[in-house]
Structures are given as C-alpha cells and as structure tokens.
Design a protein around this ligand. Structure first.
Ligand code: THU
Length: 163
C-alpha cells in the first residue's frame, strides 16, 4: 500500500484590484448577471460569466423551477450556452458570483458537484485548463487554476472505451 497526496494551489485575493484586468472584468460581468437569476424558491442568486479565447463573454444565471430538480445552476446555464454558441472556441475562465435576498453571502460559494463535472467535460474536451473565479457578495475572491483541481479523480470519456 502507498499513500498519495493530492494537492492544489489557489489564489486568495482580498480585493478585486489584485486580479488581472480580464478576470476583474469577468467577475464584474458575473456579478451583474446575478440580477437576471430566476430564484423565487431559494432566493439565492448566482451569476456566471464564461471568458472565451476569442474575447467573447457568455453569461448565465440560475433558473429555478417549481419542480425543483428541473432548475439549473448558473454555471451550467453559462457553460452550456458557450458550448452551444461557440463549440470550437476554447474556454479560458468562468467567474461565479453568489448573493442571497435573505442574508449577505460573505464567502465564495463553491460550485456544486454537477457543475464541476459539467465544466470538467469542457476542460477535458479542449485539453487546456479553465480558471475558476469565485466570490460571494463580499469577502475573499478565490482563483482556481483548473476545474480539475476542484474535482480530482474525475470521470471522463477515457473510461468509456478500453485505452
Ligand atoms: N446554485 C447555482 O446556481 N450554482 C451553484 O454552484 C450552487 C447553487 C443555485 C441552484 C439553486 O437555484 C440555488 O443556487 C440554491 O441551491
């Protein structure tokens, strides 16, 4: 038996000033896109902004449903929209911002497991990392270098046939 350690590094920014210009602007777009979230049930509004290699930015926000599981998280709305509109353009980064109508979200909201898996699919497809930027309404901003860091030992297409 051997033990393996899986480690990853993230940047923790106390303010947006220390982000690169493109990530600062992407986070601003994610914050603005919270506004159009449809979250009458949870009152938890999430905005996501996807930066593509061609400079385009695609947005998404959570869309809930009276039949709860039929709703979709902001990250998947945005990343599927990017895949639908620009199927062959590389995704560089996804910024995610969360706010609540009922309390102040003072820490970065972690993307759910389904969203991590969905983003990982595109990272695997394009064979290059996708940066993830996370923030609540206030507090630290986290920058992760790759979605694979947030989903180690993930399932991907290599398992679907013998290699
Ligand atoms: N939500 C997101 O949009 N992204 C996440 O990563 C976590 C949760 C949404 C789903 C639902 O509309 C609300 O937040 C509460 O779970």
């Amino acid at each position: 038996m051997e033990k393996r350690k899986i480690e990853f590094e993230i940047e923790v920014h106390q303010e947006s000033k220390t982000l690169t210009e493109d990530l600062k602007s992407l986070l601003g777009i994610a914050i603005a896109s919270r506004e159009n979230a449809y979250a009458p049930y949870s009152k938890f509004q999430v905005g996501a902004a996807v930066l593509l290699e061609n400079g385009e930015v695609v947005i998404g926000n959570n869309q809930e449903n009276a039949s709860y599981p039929s709703g979709l998280c902001a990250e998947r709305v945005a990343i599927f929209y990017a895949g639908a509109k620009y199927p062959n353009i590389e995704i560089k980064a996804v910024a995610i911002s969360a706010a609540s109508k009922e309390y102040i979200v003072n820490r970065p909201a972690a993307p759910c497991g389904n969203c991590r898996q969905a983003i990982a699919e595109y990272e695997h497809k394009q064979k290059s990392p996708i940066k993830i930027i996370l923030q609540g309404e206030k507090g630290d901003i986290l920058v992760c270098n790759a979605i694979a860091d947030l989903l180690p030992l993930s399932f991907d297409s290599t398992f679907l046939s013998e290699s």
